[in-house]
Design a protein around this ligand. Structure first.
Ligand SMILES: Cc1cc2nc3c(=O)[nH]c(=O)nc-3n(C[C@H](O)[C@H](O)[C@H](O)COP(=O)(O)OP(=O)(O)OC[C@H]3O[C@@H](n4cnc5c(N)ncnc54)[C@H](O)[C@@H]3O)c2cc1C
Length: 515
C-alpha cells in the first residue's frame, strides 16, 4: 500500500478497480494472480488505526465524524442516521463483524455456480472468519429462541438456514478484527498497486462507433494532484467499479452513465442513458428493544448511542438534532440504561427507494431514500419479529435477565422514549407494534442496490451498452443475502475474480507470462 501522493501521474494496467472495499480487495487480490491491477481506495489504511482493529472500539469509529474518519456519516432522506466506510477494507473495517453465508436458495436465484461459491467462501473464511464466544446474555437469547420453538438447533455454522444458530464473526477470540484488506495477502505483489487516499473523480470513455468503451480513470490524491490511469491494450482489460452501494451508482452518474435527465440537470455529458442507475436502493430496517435487567449484561457490539432517527422534516438540521439527542442521552441516568438490547432485522426487504446526486463531489454523500416499510410485507415481518422477541424475553431461559414485574408494553415504551428516537410521537400507543416499528426504525447498515443485476449490470456484472466496464459489489444485490451480507460481498469479489481470470485465459491462452 502506498499513499496516492506517490503514485505516477500517468499509469497503465490490465484492471483498474475503483474502491478498495469489501468486494474490491478480494477481487483485486485474485486478479493480480495473472495480470497487472490498480486498486484505488479513497480512505487510509486500517492497520494504521487502532480503533478499527479493536472490537471494543466499534462505536468510537462510528462516532468520529471528522474528514479523516474511516466512517462517513450520512442521513437518508427518510431521516435515519447511517454510516458508510472510507478505508481500505471498506465496510468490513467499521462493521459489527457478523459473518454468515447466503442461503442456497439465494445462490440459485442469482445464478451463481454453487461449487465455485463454496470454494470462494472457504477462501475468504480461511483468513477472516472465526467462531465467537457467546456471553451470558447472548446464550440466554439463544436458549430462549429454542424454547419458543425456533428450531432446529443448528449450533455454530456459517450457513443461513432455518432455525436457531450461532453465526461467525470477523473478530477473533482476542477481539481483534480481520478485514477484507487482510485478503490482499493472497495478492501477487508484482501484480498489484494499491493506492490509498486516491479519490476517483471520473471513469474515462472512448467510443467505438456509438458504443462507449471504458479506457481509464481520473483520481486525485490527498494534495489535490490529478492522476490518470489507463487500461493497457488488451481485449480482456477492464475498469471495475467496487465503490459500494452509495459510491458505485454515484460514480457511474458522475462519469455520465445514468438517467439522462438527471445527469443533464447537473450539466454532465451523457455517455449512456441508463435509467436504472440509483434505482432499487434498499436498507433492511432494524428495530431494537431495550430490556431493563437486574443481571449485568456483557458488552456486545451494537449500542444505544448508534441507534437514531431524525424526523425527515428536520433532516437538514440533522447535525443539530443528533447533537441534541446525544446530549439528551448523556442525561439519562446510568441505572435507567442497565440492561440490554435484542434486535430484529427484516429480510429482503421489499421496500425500495432511489439515489440521486446532490453535487459533483465524489466524496460527498449522494441523496438516498430507502422508503422503510413502504411495502406491507416488511411491516408484517417486523411485527412478527417484535412478537418473537417478546416471547424470548418471557421464556424461562431468559428469566435471570428480566425483573419479576416485567411488562412488555413498558419495555416498548422505554425503548421508544429514548431521546435518540426522534421520530417517536409521544402520546401514541406504543403497544401497537406497527407503530413501534415505524417510530423506532433504524438501520443495521445492510443497504444495497443502485446498480442491480438486471437493471444496471447483467448476470456477468457487465454494464450492457458499455465495453470494458463492470460493477462488482453490494450495489448489485437485489436483496441482502443471509442474515448479514459481508461474507457474500467478499465471496463475490473472489468468485468474480476467478471467473474473470478464466475468461482472460480463454482470450489470451494459458501461455501468457505474468506481466
Ligand atoms: C456500521 C456497519 C455495521 C455493519 N455490520 C455488519 C455485520 O455485522 N455483518 C455484515 O455481514 N455486514 C455488516 N455491515 C454491512 C457490510 O459491511 C457491507 O454490506 C459491505 O461492507 C459492503 O461492501 P461493498 O464492497 O459493497 O462496499 P464497501 O465495503 O463500502 O466498499 C466500497 C469502498 O469504495 C471506496 N470508495 C467509494 N467511492 C470511492 C471513490 N470515488 N474513489 C475511491 N474509492 C471509493 C470506499 O471508501 C469503500 O472503501 C455493516 C456495515 C456498516 C457500515
Amino acid at each position: 500500500m502506498r499513499d496516492a501522493v506517490n503514485a505516477p501521474r500517468v499509469s497503465y494496467y490490465d484492471y483498474i478497480v475503483i474502491g478498495g472495499g469489501t468486494a474490491g480487495c478480494p477481487l483485486a487480490a485474485t486478479l493480480s494472480e495473472r495480470s497487472r491491477v490498480l486498486l484505488l481506495e479513497r480512505g487510509g489504511s486500517p492497520y494504521a488505526d487502532g480503533r478499527v482493529l479493536d472490537m471494543a472500539r466499534f462505536s468510537d469509529v462510528l462516532a468520529d465524524t471528522s474528514d479523516s474518519s474511516p466512517s462517513q456519516r450520512f442521513v437518508s432522506e427518510d431521516g435515519v442516521i447511517n454510516a458508510r466506510p472510507r478505508v481500505l477494507g471498506g465496510g468490513s473495517c467499521i462493521n459489527a463483524g457478523f459473518f454468515t453465508r447466503a442461503a442456497p436458495a439465494y445462490v440459485r436465484a442469482v445464478g451463481w455456480d454453487p461449487r465455485e461459491v463454496a470454494a470462494a467462501y472457504r477462501w475468504v473464511e480461511d483468513v477472516v472468519a472465526f467462531q465467537p464466544v457467546l456471553g451470558p446474555w447472548q446464550a440466554a437469547v439463544r436458549r430462549g429462541l429454542l424454547e419458543i420453538g425456533v428450531l432446529p438447533d443448528n449450533g455454530f455454522t456459517y450457513d443461513h438456514i432455518t432455525g436457531t444458530k450461532v453465526g461467525g464473526s470477523i473478530f477473533d477470540a482476542d477481539g481483534r478484527r480481520h478485514t477484507a484488506a487482510d485478503l490482499l495477502r493472497y495478492a501477487r505483489p508484482e501484480g498489484i498497486d494499491v493506492f490509498l487516499r486516491a479519490r476517483v473523480y471520473k471513469i474515462l470513455f472512448d467510443f467505438k462507433g456509438d458504443k462507449p468503451v471504458a479506457r481509464g480513470v481520473v483520481y486525485r490524491d490527498a494534495r489535490g494532484m490529478v492522476h490518470a490511469a489507463y487500461l493497457s491494450p488488451g481485449a480482456a482489460n477492464e475498469v471495475i467499479l467496487a465503490a459500494g452501494a452509495l459510491g458505485s451508482p454515484q460514480q457511474l452518474m458522475l462519469s455520465g452513465v445514468g438517467p439522462a435527465d438527471h445527469l443533464r440537470s447537473f450539466q454532465l455529458d451523457v455517455v449512456l442513458d441508463l435509467p436504472g442507475v440509483g434505482q432499487g436502493m434498499s436498507d433492511n430496517p432494524m428495530n431494537a428493544i431495550f430490556v431493563p435487567s437486574p443481571s449485568p449484561v456483557e458488552v456486545s457490539l451494537i449500542q444505544a448511542g448508534q441507534l437514531a432517527t431524525v424526523p425527515p422534516r428536520s433532516r437538514r438540521d440533522a447535525p443539530e438534532a443528533i447533537a441534541r439527542a446525544v446530549e439528551a442521552m448523556s442525561q439519562v441516568p446510568d441505572a435507567a440504561l442497565r440492561g440490554g438490547f435484542i434486535l430484529e432485522k427484516v429480510l429482503g426487504p421489499q421496500s425500495t427507494g432511489h439515489l440521486e446526486l446532490r453535487n459533483l463531489d465524489p466524496d460527498d454523500n449522494p441523496a438516498v431514500t430507502f422508503n422503510y416499510f413502504s411495502h406491507p410485507d416488511d411491516l408484517r415481518r417486523c411485527v412478527a419479529g417484535i412478537t418473537a422477541i417478546e416471547r424470548v424475553i418471557r421464556s424461562r431461559a431468559f428469566a435471570r435477565f428480566t425483573y419479576p414485574n416485567f411488562a412488555f408494553p413498558a419495555a416498548l415504551n422505554v425503548t421508544a422514549e429514548f431521546p435518540v428516537n426522534l421520530l417517536y410521537q409521544r402520546g401514541s400507543d406504543p403497544r401497537a407494534f406497527e407503530r413501534f416499528c415505524r417510530d423506532t426504525v433504524t438501520t443495521i447498515w445492510h443497504y444495497h442496490g443502485g446498480c442491480q443485476v438486471g437493471r444496471v449490470v447483467d448476470r456477468d456484472y457487465r454494464v450492457p451498452g458499455v465495453e470494458a466496464l463492470r460493477v462488482i459489489d453490494g450495489s448489485t444485490f437485489n436483496a441482502s443475502p443471509g442474515t448479514n451480507p459481508q461474507a457474500t460481498v467478499m465471496m463475490l469479489g473472489r468468485y468474480m475474480g476467478v471467473k474473470l481470470l478464466r475468461e482472460r485465459m480463454l482470450i489470451e491462452g494459458p501461455g501468457r507470462k505474468h506481466p
